[in-house]
Design a protein around this ligand. Structure first.
Ligand code: AMP
Length: 275
């Protein structure tokens, strides 16, 4: 695997790379990321990963400073996953001057769910991904459904800007007990880690209820929130939405997704399941 930390260097290296498939990450890689790398191999000639902890998508007071930076271990995992190139710039390379030009997702995408609790988050995500797309110039890019709203926002961005990039989803990879893998799981204490699978269990029960014909979504959401609170969680939201655009389901919608975000101690976890 070749590692580049400059825009000029990675651009030069990729000039003759063939069909480039790109997997952007913030590092601290786990099996969820690695599954995307392996899946990427099926979609092109050259798999490019990036690692960059993007300050623009963190709010003041969030975990930007303490976000785990584990480049050496990450590189070993990427080599084992047969990744061809890693682009790992530092902040002065990617943002040599303040990033004044930004991608502002529409309010109906950016201010609901995650966006309600993390204002500006999706602007930060869309802006860095647009910039990385300009640098790497991939023909395809993979994003995990673990971050369901992020996938929706980035798919819409690529569509509306007519970028010539196929956006490919990756299924959520989970631990044996059902907890979705996340770099933030490392913040959990042993007791919190034991409690954490409840989030997925509650979502699974909601899926089963909807499949059984339950359509009183507000009642389902309220029950789930209460159950989380009883077990010491502080939920931001538990919501049944339609898959297409994550808006409230209409009477004739048939494809749903249930999404949740909740804090356990100081750690904020998100998860979702399609219905
Ligand atoms: P991150 O490093 O958290 O920005 O994630 C980089 C990419 O990996 C994003 O497309 C995420 O959606 C994806 N990802 C993170 N966790 C998982 C997981 N458990 N399963 C599948 N994809 C994931």
């Amino acid at each position: 695997m070749r590692i580049h930390d400059t825009i000029a260097g990675v651009r030069a290296a990729l000039k003759t790379a063939g069909r480039i498939v790109f997997v952007p990450t913030m590092g601290n890689l786990h099996e969820g990321h690695i599954a995307l790398m392996r899946q990427a191999r099926q979609h092109g000639d050259c798999v490019v990963a990036s690692i960059f902890v993007n300050r623009l998508q963190f709010r003041p007071g969030e975990d930007f400073e303490k976000y785990p930076r584990t480049l050496d271990a990450d590189c070993k995992k990427l080599v084992a996953a047969d990744v061809d190139y890693l682009f790992a710039p530092d902040e002065t390379e990617l943002y040599p001057e303040p990033q004044r030009y930004v991608v502002e997702p529409p309010v109906e995408h950016a201010t609901i769910l995650e966006g309600e609790f993390r204002p500006g988050h999706f602007c930060g995500v869309a802006t860095v991904v647009m910039k990385l797309f300009g640098i790497i110039q991939p023909q395809a890019a993979l994003f995990g459904k673990k971050d369901y709203q992020q996938f929706m926002v980035l798919s819409a961005m690529v569509r509306e800007f007519a970028l010539p990039i196929d956006i490919i989803p990756g299924e959520t990879v989970r631990a044996a007990d059902g907890l979705a893998l996340s770099s933030r799981n490392g913040y959990l204490s042993a007791a919190e880690r034991a409690e954490a699978p409840r989030l997925q269990q509650i979502l699974s029960r909601m899926v089963a209820a909807v499949r059984a014909g339950q359509r009183d979504f507000p009642a389902l959401e309220a029950t789930a929130q209460t159950e989380l609170e009883v077990h010491g969680w502080a939920p931001d939201y538990v919501a049944v939405r339609r898959r297409l655009d994550l808006q409230f389901p209409a009477a004739d919608d048939t494809e749903f997704v249930v999404l949740a975000a909740a804090r356990l101690g100081t750690t904020r976890l998100i998860d979702n399941l399609e219905i």
